[in-house]
Design a protein around this ligand. Structure first.
Ligand SMILES: [Zn+2]
Length: 255
């Protein structure tokens, strides 16, 4: 566990738990789905990273933010999956950022509350005097993942580009129909190129850069196994035996 500074770990309400990952940079952990969301606090402004899974959960998270800062918030969504994005309504009205593909996926999902500020590659926000960068590193967990880089303390909120299941990394839930297995590892490589001290996954505990390196290596291995399967050189069972991940996770990734 990486815990820095004044706040340490503070229990508030429900099953939520704050973890300080840098000065004024917090992750909030939930038992449900092992979800991790975030908060960056500046002078007179703050940035909320993801919103939880529905309006009730979003309201809980908004109230928890209000317990630690009175500052007005901006929201960024790492991607459109419900567990990260569907609490947005509880934070509105406010500025809300996302990749255009995130907004499109939410709109086609029938969502009424949508992010209105769009970033296709890089956006630099001023969060109460702190520079915070929103970056899209290409198709990975979805075709529209954003990572949130706080360079003054080398923290990267990775969304679901990284997942940190207890004692492991990716799960069967990490890989969906909108996943691009062949390029995902390149997006993680770009996270590593930011030289982060702490990476905050979309699910699971914050970790150091070596964990991101492990995830990258696993994704490279999975992509290579799938290429061999597609070339007719490898049976699925053989791929599962050679995979660095459990058989069920490998099956989900290679499906
Ligand atoms: Zn997701």
């Amino acid at each position: 566990m990486i815990t820095v500074g004044i706040l340490g770990e503070v229990d508030t309400m429900g099953d939520g738990r704050w973890v300080e990952v840098g000065p004024g940079v917090l992750a909030r952990r939930y038992e449900g789905l092992d979800l991790t969301v975030g908060l960056v606090i500046g002078e007179g402004a703050c940035l909320v990273v993801d919103t939880r899974g529905d309006e009730r959960q979003g309201a809980e998270f908004a109230a928890a933010v209000r317990e630690v800062t009175p500052h007005p918030w901006t929201v960024v969504l790492t991607h459109a999956h419900y567990d990260h994005a569907h609490g947005l309504a509880a934070f509105l009205p406010c500025e809300a950022w996302a990749h255009p593909g995130c907004r499109a996926a939410m709109a086609s999902d029938g969502r009424q509350a949508l992010p209105q500020l769009l970033v296709t590659d890089t956006a630099e926000l001023n969060v109460g005097g702190r520079a915070v960068l929103l970056r899209h590193f290409g198709p990975a967990h979805t075709d529209h993942d954003l990572v949130v880089h706080v360079p003054d303390c080398d923290v990267v909120f990775a969304g679901d580009l990284l997942e940190h299941a207890p004692g492991g990394s990716f799960t069967t839930e990490s890989f969906g129909p909108d996943t691009s297995l062949g390029t995902w590892h390149g997006a993680v490589e770009r996270i590593l190129a930011l030289d982060p001290a702490v990476v905050v996954p979309g699910h699971g505990e914050p970790a150091g850069p070596e964990f991101a390196g492990l995830c990258r290596d696993q994704l490279i291995a999975l992509a290579a196994l799938r290429r061999e399967i597609e070339a007719g050189k490898l049976a699925l069972e053989e791929a599962q035996a050679r995979s660095p991940l459990p058989a069920d996770v490998t099956l989900a990734a290679l499906a």
